[in-house]
Design a protein around this ligand. Structure first.
Ligand code: MN
Length: 285
């Protein structure tokens, strides 16, 4: 399996005015595409490229986990939005009333959770194995599958999700998301098996498809993680002014601690010498 950009189930301008065409073009067309490209680059030629994304979410670490989870999370997020939302089904209402007291209380608590995530992340509604619903905050690429929960719904609170339409107003963005959530789909997910069940496919059958034994898969996973760790110490050079970012030194004056890989620099980090953005950097050869 080579990971590809999933189809959006609506037109790029279908969520306007709550979510603009420009936001979709950047968020879906550029950010998600970048995670997919990274994941393909990291997994090419390894059995990682042959397994369901959920396997990577549950077993990988470092850049493989980050990119796999971001592909999964975004696909799930965009599939949770709809230009034609219907009223919340009674069944879901009953669950929310049982576990949060009322639908309104759920929305208040979810909004608070989403607003209070420090930095980038995801707010989730997820179901534990006993059937109870929980609001879960995850940082960066986090996904509740790792804690054994089944995701039902999510709101992306990375700044790139709302900065074009709402600038720094995350709360206004979360409010507008309520009118885009496909509650029917969220309700259907209550009855579907957890996506984690697909990981059971990391059985002989899938591995034969990947042409490797279980032991070989494990070895390749470990090797890939080691390569990622080496790659994370890659130095990057500013193609505009020639300044070199060395992960061992970081950029203390810019608030970047020594040991920070270039990939982990914040999106708004700029070259300390000439001020251009990360996109103007290339790996040093
Ligand atoms: Mn995003």
């Amino acid at each position: 399996m080579i990971y590809t950009l999933p189809q959006l189930p609506y037109a790029h301008d279908a969520l306007e005015p709550r979510m603009s065409k420009e936001t979709i073009e950047y968020h879906y067309g550029k950010h998600l595409q970048t995670y997919i490209d990274n994941l393909n680059r990291l997994t090419e030629g390894t059995p990682f490229s042959e397994v369901p994304l959920e396997t990577l979410i549950l077993t990988a670490t470092g850049p493989v986990f980050n990119n796999a989870a971001q592909v999964w999370n975004h696909t799930f997020f965009f599939n949770t939005l709809t230009p034609a939302p219907e009223p919340m089904p009674l069944e879901l209402k009953d669950y929310l009333i049982r576990d949060f007291g009322s639908v309104e209380t759920f929305k208040e608590k979810f909004k608070k959770a989403a607003i209070e995530i420090f930095g980038s992340g995801w707010a989730w509604l997820a179901q534990d194995p006993s059937g109870r619903l929980h609001i879960i905050q995850e940082s960066n690429a986090g996904n509740p599958l790792r804690a054994g929960y089944k995701p039902l719904m999510t709101i992306d609170v990375w700044e790139h999700a709302y900065y074009i339409d709402y600038r720094n107003k995350r709360a206004a963005y979360v409010d507008s998301c309520w009118d885009l959530i496909d509650w029917k789909k969220v309700t259907e997910r209550l009855h579907e098996p957890s996506p984690a069940a697909r990981v059971a496919d990391l059985s002989e059958e899938t591995i034969v498809v990947g042409k490797a034994s279980k032991e070989e898969v494990k070895e390749m996973i470990e090797e890939t993680i080691e390569e990622d760790e080496e790659a994370s110490m890659q130095r990057y050079v500013c193609i505009i002014c020639g300044w070199v970012y060395d992960p061992e030194e970081g950029d203390p004056e810019g608030g970047i601690a020594p040991g920070t890989p270039f990939e982990d620099l914040p999106d708004d980090w700029t070259c300390p010498a000439c001020g251009v953005g990360k996109e103007h950097f290339e790996p040093e050869r």
